[in-house]
Design a protein around this ligand. Structure first.
Ligand SMILES: [Zn+2]
Length: 156
C-alpha cells in the first residue's frame, strides 16, 4: 500500500497533518538564523498549546504562562527567551514537559490560526506571523476552564 491517507491534524486541524513537518522546519530555521530565532519561545508555546497530547499538564501551563507574559505583560520575545534560558540553566524547572500517556491536556478545540498560517519568506514576516498566531492562541486558551476538564478526566 503506497496510498497515504491525507487527514487533518486531530489537534490543531492543520491540513494533511502538515503541522509537525512545518514545526520541525521552523525550528531548524530558528536555530540557524537569529532573525527567525527571536520568536523561538513563541513558536514553541503556540505549537505546544495546540498539541496538548505531547505535553504534561505542568508543561502546558508553563507554555501558557509564557504567552501570558508576552501578550498581557508585554515582555519582548528576547526577554522571555532569556528568562527561559535562566530557568533551564539554574535547574529551577522540576517538572517534565512531555506527556507520559499521550492524552491531551485540553479537550478538542477549533483554532483560527495554525502553524500553517505562518509565512517564512523573511525574518520580519516570520516574526510578525508567529506573533499573530501566538496572540490568537492566547485569546483562545486564556479563559479555558481546562482544570475542571482535567480533574474530571482524573476521576474517571
Ligand atoms: Zn497539528
Amino acid at each position: 500500500m503506497d496510498v497515504v491517507e491525507k487527514i487533518n491534524c486531530p489537534e490543531c486541524g492543520a491540513t494533511d497533518n502538515l503541522c509537525k513537518l512545518r514545526f520541525d522546519e521552523f525550528l531548524a530555521l530558528e536555530f540557524s538564523d537569529m532573525g527567525y530565532g527571536a520568536v523561538h519561545n513563541l513558536t514553541v508555546a503556540a505549537y505546544m498549546l495546540q498539541h496538548s497530547s505531547k505535553m504534561s499538564l505542568e508543561g502546558w501551563l508553563y507554555e501558557r504562562d509564557l504567552l501570558r507574559e508576552f501578550i498581557v505583560e508585554k515582555k519582548s520575545p528576547s526577554l522571555i527567551r532569556q528568562q527561559v534560558k535562566d530557568s533551564m540553566d539554574s535547574g529551577k524547572r522540576t517538572f517534565k514537559f512531555k506527556s507520559k500517556d499521550g492524552k491531551p491536556v485540553i479537550s478538542k478545540s477549533t483554532w483560527t490560526k495554525t502553524i500553517l498560517d505562518v509565512r517564512a519568506e523573511n525574518a520580519e514576516v516570520y516574526c510578525a506571523d508567529v506573533t499573530a498566531w501566538a496572540s490568537l492562541c492566547w485569546r483562545r486558551v486564556k479563559s479555558w476552564k481546562f482544570e475542571i476538564w482535567f480533574s474530571k478526566q482524573m476521576r474517571k
